[in-house]
Design a protein around this ligand. Sequence first.
Ligand code: HEM
Length: 131
Amino acid sequence: MKKDIESAVDIRNLVELFYDKVKQDPLLSPFFTQYIRVNWEKHLPVMTSFWENAVFYNGTYAGNPIQTHRRLNQLFPMTADHFNQWLFLFTSSVNELFEGEKAELIKQKAFSIATIMKMKVTGADPFSTSH
Ligand code: HEM
């Protein structure tokens, strides 16, 4: 039986496992290492506080992810495949480490945000399965 997500440390571990997967992923890694060069020391705490906000409502995140990804989309067009792979890696990371109410919540939030982001960033219809 795995434990549930209970703390900022748990979120940090999740974010680290997720990015270990992203860095090895041929579809997603170029966004982080080629199209832009992400400063991991800055990005990991930003992502941890983003997810702390989403799950515990107590993070310090105050950015604008839609704007960030619109900019990325201009550097390299993002497609439904990118978002689907992102979600697959995120959900797999949660499932490898945790189970419980918060684990379900974070997967649900990731799905909702990814759906909205996909629509706003790429202009894709979120209810269509054809793209
Ligand atoms: C196609 C899939 C995605 C790719 C390739 C991607 C890639 C990136 C990259 C390269 C950055 C910039 C890091 C930096 O500036 O150092 C970023 C930032 C971020 N991403 Fe994504 N992302 C994707 C989907 C998502 C989704 C679905 C979410 C949320 C559920 C998300 C949440 C964030 C957040 C919160 C930031 C920080 C924005 C800020 O600086 O305030 N991303 N992403």
